[in-house]
Design a protein around this ligand. Structure first.
Ligand code: FAD
Length: 553
């Protein structure tokens, strides 16, 4: 590599993916420049749910409580409720805990919800503000707001990113060892690499398949107009106008999403028409103040053909596009960043071998394909359900129609919004840096998570006797767990880690419960809390660590 570098990694885009990647790299002292074409943080709600696994990563990074404090008041329920129209009849409801209750009950949950954190339901714009502050607090991270990447290429063992001030004018060229396109669904980085998105787009459904209008509004009277218990998510299901509305601050802000019927495009809708659409879904006259509007497409199940070319990588929406059912787009974007962060750092610091960075694509492409498919399943379940014509009649036929709708929607809500299997059950089987032990991985399931230390999956969680999460005791990089009352020999692992320059924490958990949960005396846990290997002795320590660090091809 020749010439001066401006930093080690240039991240293009300061959305959730870019910011979490900056935090992961910053925590490891890697010099990073984040380019963001916007001059101020997003003021539109966008995603509404931070899944439990993402919350576990925020806990690992030290700011989960700042996230849990965002959005709705601490005692506001996060119910999902379905109505014919919001001010009329309730059809179905799935009750979910408030932020305060979530924090309390997690310590007593087991089975599918044996976890350090429960989900947090709050808007992405609040989350991004916390992520931005956390990224800015890293000494080695520089966020350049108002700077746009206009070209990216690999030149002589480095990357060059041409940048310009948003609005034109000043231009410059930045050089780094790597560049990551976290520049969202329209990713210019993906286009520069010439990679296509593969899958489905343009799916048509009764709801959540087509062009969507998002209306972000303020009303201090809406709660009083809805004669039902408060909810976090309000679905309107009727033959005239289907919509989903989400409570933003628990006082007076809401985001209302409804589908356009072709040929109407959301951009062609006036504020007055948008408000009228809201009133149809509400079933009452109520004027609201428009804060902002947006248009989006429902019906994507798209994954980029490749996540990497040489020193240029893609993550987040640049690499996959979802229909938001299941709330998986932003969460998959964050997990891309988590997966890539420690691998890029290990490669730059020199302890990582070539398979380390290569495994990013193997691992995350499979998860993107899995998660986009699950999101489509949810969109089909709710969006292809056509409300019976008699749904709103005051008649026996109307009663029967509401029973049909209620049964379907009650079942659907539990299907889409209770997803520990998706959240915790993602696996990296077949990755070059996972060392299988010959045991079969647990079955992939949407609603059930089966804790298992079979290498390739999330490290099973438990609460320690002192009240901490097991994850709180892990090291920041690799952790060798010695499980059970008679700790196995860790010296060969420590020696090989030291020879490789690989940071390794040895952690003793003496309980029989932990030994039983992991099914082995030893387990090697990666920085992202994935089991890389498990076994009952240290004889193959050198091979295990060399493979986990990407030195075996
Ligand atoms: C209505 C709606 C509801 C949603 N609900 C959910 C949900 O509940 N749960 C969920 O998980 N997901 C949800 N999503 C999806 C979620 O918002 C995205 O998946 C998420 O924002 C992806 O994050 P990202 O960082 O990859 O990309 P983005 O958030 O798009 O960030 C990309 C950033 O790159 C910047 N950028 C772009 N080009 C350049 C350039 N050339 N130079 C510099 N900067 C650039 C952009 O300004 C932007 O800040 C929803 C989306 C919508 C539209």
């Amino acid at each position: 590599m020749t010439g001066r570098l401006d930093c080690a990694v240039i991240i293009i885009g300061a959305g959730p993916c870019g910011l979490v990647l900056a935090i992961e790299l910053g925590r490891r002292g890697i010099p990073v420049i984040v380019l963001e074409e916007r001059t101020s943080p997003g003021r539109f709600p966008a995603a509404n749910a931070t899944q439990a696994r993402t919350m576990e990563h925020y806990r690992r990074l030290g700011f989960v409580e700042k996230i849990r404090a965002q959005g709705l008041p601490p005692d506001y329920p996060t119910d999902i409720a379905y109505f014919d129209r919001y001010a009329r009849r309730e059809l179905a409801r799935f009750c979910l805990p408030s932020a305060r209750t979530a924090r309390e009950i997690i310590k007593s949950l087991s089975g599918s919800w044996s976890a350090a954190e429960l989900p947090h339901r709050c808007s992405q714009m609040y989350v991004e503000r916390v992520l931005q502050r956390e990224a800015q607090a890293q000494n080695s991270v520089s966020i350049r707001a108002g700077w746009r990447s206009v070209a990216v290429r690999e030149v002589n063992g480095a990357v060059e990113v041409e940048v310009e001030r948003s609005g034109g004018g000043v231009r410059a060229t930045l050089r780094a060892s790597y560049a990551v396109g976290a520049d969202g669904g329209g990713s210019a980085t993906r286009k520069a690499l010439g990679y296509d998105l593969i899958g489905e787009s343009g799916v048509v459904r009764d709801f959540l398949g087509g062009r969507m209008l998002a209306l972000y509004f303020r009303s201090s009277e809406l709660y009083a107009a809805i004669p039902h218990a408060r909810a976090w998510m309000y679905w309107a299901v009727n033959p005239e106008r289907r919509a989903v509305m989400v409570a933003i601050n628990g006082r007076d802000e809401f985001i209302f999403n409804t589908q356009m019927r072709p040929p109407l495009e959301p951009e062609a809708v006036s504020d007055a028409d948008a408000k009228a659409m809201f009133q149809v879904a509400l079933g009452a006259r109520l004027d609201v103040d428009v804060i902002a509007r947006s248009a989006w497409n429902a019906g994507y199940t798209l994954v980029v053909e490749k996540f990497r070319r040489g020193r240029i990588l893609l993550g987040g929406d640049a690499a996959h596009l979802f229909t938001p059912t299941g709330g998986l787009g932003y969460n998959t974007a964050v997990e891309d960043a988590v997966n890539l962060g420690w691998k890029l750092a290990g490669t730059i610091k020199g302890w990582g071998g070539p398979a380390l960075l290569e495994s990013y694509e193997t691992e995350r492409h499979a998860i993107a394909t899995r998660n986009t498919a699950y999101a489509r399943t949810f969109a089909d379940s709710v969006g292809r359900f056509v409300p019976p014509r008699e749904l709103e009649e005051d008649s026996p036929a109307g009663e029967a129609a509401r029973k049909i709708a209620g049964d379907h929607l009650n079942g659907h809500a539990r299907f889409e919004f209770n997803i520990p299997g998706i959240t915790f059950g993602g696996r990296y089987d077949g990755s070059p840096i996972i060392i299988p032990d010959g045991t079969p991985p647990p079955e992939d399931s949407i609603n059930d998570y089966n804790p298992s230390a079979c290498p390739g999956g999330r490290a099973p969680h438990l609460w320690l006797a002192d009240g901490r999460s097991l994850y709180d005791a892990f090291g920041f990089e690799f952790t060798l767990l010695r499980l059970g009352p008679r700790p196995a020999d860790a010296v060969p692992f420590a020696a090989e880690a030291s020879a490789l320059g690989l940071p390794l924490t040895v952690l003793d958990i003496a309980s029989d419960e932990a030994r039983g949960l992991y099914g082995a005396d030893l387990a090697l846990i990666r920085s992202d809390q994935i089991v890389a290997w498990r076994g009952n002795g240290s004889a193959g320590a050198a091979d295990v660590l060399r493979r986990a660090a990407g030195h075996v091809w």
